[in-house]
Each structure stands twice: as C-alpha cells, then as structure tokens.
Design a protein around this ligand. Structure first.
Ligand code: SF4
Length: 496
C-alpha cells in the first residue's frame, strides 16, 4: 500500500466506449495535462498528491476505484473531467460517474470532487446526477486547495470555498463566490507534475509521427490557458468563466520541454493550447529559445486561419513545430459565419499553401452539420478538404457541447441532445451529433464517416503522402481505413 496522500487526482476514461476498436496503432494516449498541473499547484501549497491515469493503463472504472481506495487513502479525491481537448470533456462523464459510483460503493466516506469543462458548464446537474460531494464550477486548483483545507479542519460548512457546489443534509448549496483565476502561472503552477505520470505509457497520435512512426514517445503540455475567441460550437472557456488568455513565460515553457526531452527521451510534443499561434511575442520567444536549445523535438500546435502570419512560419519550422492544426470547419461562408469564424475560402487556401511552403505539415479540422449546413454544403466542405490536401484531416460532426453557446441554443430550443454523456464522442457507437434544420443526426454522422473514407482513400492524397512520408505511412493509412466504425443511429436509419 502506498503512503496516504492529501489529494488524489483521477483521470477517468473508457477508451473502448469512446473510440470503439480503433486499435493502439492508430490512437494516441495523452497525459492528463490539467490534473497534473493542479497537482503542481497543490504541491506548491505543501500538499502530498498522487494521480491515477485510468486510460493510460486501460483501467476499468472499478479498477480505478479499487486503486483509489486501497492504495492512496486520500482525504479528498478529485475526478478531473477535462479530456484531451475542450470538446472531449462531456464524453468522459459516463466513465467519471462510474468511477465515482464504484468509489462510494467501496468507501461511502470517501469525499469526491469533480472539476473540468463539463462539471463547470453544468455544475448543478452534475451534483444532481453523480454520487459526489462537490463540484467546482471554475478553473479548479484554488477551489480544490480550499476544499481540502476545510476538510482537514473538520469543517462541514464549505460556504467560504469559492466556486464550490456542496451538499448540506441532502440539499445542494451553490457557491457564494467565484474562484479567482490564477494570475501568475509561472509562480503558482509552474508546469506539469511529470513524476506522477507513467511516461512510458503515452503515445503520440499516428499522424504526428508520420516522419518517424517507430518513435511515438509523447507528452502534451500547455504554454497558455483559455482562448480570447467565442466560436459558437466551442466550450473551451467554460472553466474560466469568460474568454480569457493567460500564458506561461517562454523560458518556463522551454525548460519544461528540455526536461521532457532529457529526462524521458520524449520526441513528440503537443501544445495543448487551443490557440498557440496568437501572441506574437510569446510564439517568437518560445521559437527562439527552442532554436537555441536544439532539443530535436517534433511539436504540433493549434492556429487559426486568421492568426497565422508569415513572420511566424520559418521560426516555427526551425523550432521543431512541424505540424499546425487549423480549424477550417466548413467551406460555406454561411456556416462559418454562424460559428463566428469570419474568413473566406481564398484566405484558407492561401494560408494552407503558405504554411506548407514553409515545410510545416497541416492537420485540417472540418465540421459537418453546424446550423445552416446542408448536404450540398457538407459536400462543398469535403471538396475543399480534398483540394487543400492537408497532410492529415479530422472530420467532426457538429455537437452541442455543454458550455458552448450552441448547447445553450439547442437546450433552449428543445433539440435532441445526448441522453448519455459518452454520446458526445465523435467515434463512439452511440455517437449522437446535433441535427439541424436540413439534416438529421444520422445523415450528418453517415456523411462524416463517408467523408473520412473518401479523404483517406483518395489517390491524390495517398500520392502526396507517399512523396512526403514514404510507403510505410501509406501502408499505415491503408490499414487504418479498413477498421470499421459502427454507428447505432446510422444502423437504425437503414433498419427503419
Ligand atoms: S478559436 Fe474558437 S474553436 Fe478555437 S479554441 Fe478559440 S473559441 Fe474554441
């Protein structure tokens, strides 16, 4: 039995429920960046912490719960429901709830707090639905610390803890104050507690390592938190309470990357920031330091079509930022404008070509089924994807994620929304995209799956991959597209 800890963090998740049988070769396994950041914050306050990463070991909910009860004896258990990207929080809730139930079955006295994008977006509902004691409705670390201190003091009133929803003799009590956002990330939360994580279990996404599929050693980390934009389908700012943007200093970021490369031999790194290429000084200073340190890492990061400027590109490439992920979303101006992304198709084509011209590969993100999308417009989006011929592409069905303006609209208008949280997964058998005025959920999901097949079997795409990455990567992609993705609502459409 390990030594008792003050706070135990749990990263929940059920890979089979979320991804079906996509296979280890084609999926990445990401470190739980938020949980391990919060662990650093608590260590700065002098607390003893531990973390169980369920998905890294493919643990079931009862295995996670048994380990939590038997191995750690924590005063406070925190289930961190963040996912690998903002939209991946809700899909994790089914597993998070199962973990909480198993813990309470095994130890009714365990005190459980949930934090993350989904609980922050729907705190009261989370309190009503899950067998937990607390929900944090903002960022997390300060609330977690103050909750622990209250428990340690034997306090059974949590009224002074900011952003904490709690129970008083069965009644759900709202917080009286809001958790302050951390202002000095460098000082208060200087990087991830890597030593708590099973670093040899993490694996990059396949495409991220197309230049070297034999080495998928991996870590994901932030250089900033939040996003100043307000796209209608995005829930990123739910835990921050407003569109906000805070950065770690470039020196702290690059020291952390050097630590990963030198201590764990990590080659592939993801910047989790939903918007890395934004602040000119931040980006260029990180690039300069990476160029100076020459760490040999292979980085991917997010950018927006309207934030990529030529002055960034050569520096990014020289720094090892070999992939940029662009949220292209749709070929239709109407659909993009509805999502509050105001740029034209010509801008997209121009930016993609300029990025590729600098030797940086592109992961293009496309969404089918946003409000105003039609079958015709979805086909135009697929045609644009084929014309752009990005080195990799993600195709999403529009979902109204809790915490996004789209969710508030869908909820208010009585649109059908998932009844189980894992139905928010893009790859699940039970996946349920949002229908719109023109297309059913099944139409959109079926179109998305066919678009995926069309793109990755396209001869123009495969020729480009062969020229750029070689025959092995073409073989890899051909194996990937043979894996079937079953969908309940599409099966029902044809059974009807
Ligand atoms: S740019 Fe839009 S989609 Fe991307 S993180 Fe910001 S709000 Fe979300």
């Amino acid at each position: 039995m390990a030594e008792a800890v003050d706070v135990l963090f749990i990263n929940p998740g059920n890979r089979k429920q979320i991804y079906q049988d996509l296979g280890d070769e084609f999926c990445g396994i990401e470190p739980p960046a938020f949980g391990a950041l919060f662990a650093t914050y608590l260590r700065q306050q002098g607390l003893r912490v531990a973390l169980i990463d369920g998905p890294a070991f493919n643990m079931s909910a009862d295995e996670i719960a048994n380990s939590a009860i038997d191995d750690y004896r924590a005063r406070l258990i925190v289930i961190v429901v963040y996912g690998n990207q903002p939209s991946a929080s809700s899909q994790t809730m089914t597993s998070a709830g199962a973990v909480a139930r198993h813990i309470k079955d095994g130890d009714p006295d365990a005190r459980i707090l949930m934090t993350g994008t989904h609980p922050a977006a729907l705190p009261e509902r989370t309190m009503l639905e899950e067998p937990i004691d607390f929900v944090c409705d903002l960022e997390g670390p300060v609330t977690i610390h103050k909750t622990f201190e209250a428990l340690k003091a034997g306090d059974e009133s949590f009224a002074d803890v900011p952003s904490l929803w709690w129970r008083d003799e069965g009644r759900i009590i709202k917080p009286r104050s809001a958790e302050p956002l951390i202002t000095s990330l460098d000082r208060e939360m200087p990087g991830i507690a890597w030593d708590l994580l099973p670093m040899d279990r993490y694996r990059s996404h396949n495409w991220h390592a197309f230049d070297h599929l034999e080495d998928r050693s991996y870590a994901s980390m932030h250089t900033s938190l939040g996003c100043p934009y307000k796209c209608s389908f995005c829930c990123i700012n739910a835990p921050f309470g407003k569109p906000a943007y805070r950065m770690w200093s470039p020196r702290v970021v690059v020291d952390e990357i050097a630590f990963l490369a030198e201590t764990y031999g990590v080659k592939n790194i993801k910047f989790v920031d939903e918007m890395f290429v934004l602040n000119k000084r931040h980006v260029l200073e990180i690039c300069d330091l990476l160029i100076e340190r020459d760490l040999g890492v292979n980085i991917w990061a997010y950018a927006r079509v309207d934030t990529v400027q030529d002055q960034f590109l050569d520096k990014l490439k020289a720094a090892g930022v070999n992939w940029l992920c662009l949220g292209i979303e749709s070929a239709s101006d109407n659909v993009r404008d509805g999502a509050l992304k105001k740029f034209e198709n010509e801008d997209i084509i121009d930016v993609v070509r300029r990025i590729q011209g600098a030797g940086i590969y592109i992961l293009g993100n496309f969404i089918f089924g946003l409000p105003d999308d039609t079958m015709e417009r979805m086909q135009s989006t697929l045609d644009l994807a084929l014309e752009l011929n990005c080195e990799f592409a993600n195709f999403y069905s529009a979902m109204a994620y809790p915490g996004s303006p789209l969710y508030a609209e869908a909820d208010a208008s009585g649109s059908e929304l998932p009844s189980s949280w894992h139905q928010f997964s893009q790859h699940a058998y039970d996946s349920l995209p949002l229908a719109n005025a023109h297309c059913t959920s099944a139409d959109i999901l079926e179109f998305r799956d066919q678009a995926w097949q069309t793109y990755f079997t396209d001869s123009n795409y495969l020729s480009m991959v062969r020229r750029t990455f070689g025959d092995d990567v073409v073989d890899h992609i051909e194996r990937m597209v043979k894996i079937p993705l079953a969908r309940r609502i599409v099966e029902e459409k044809y059974a009807a």
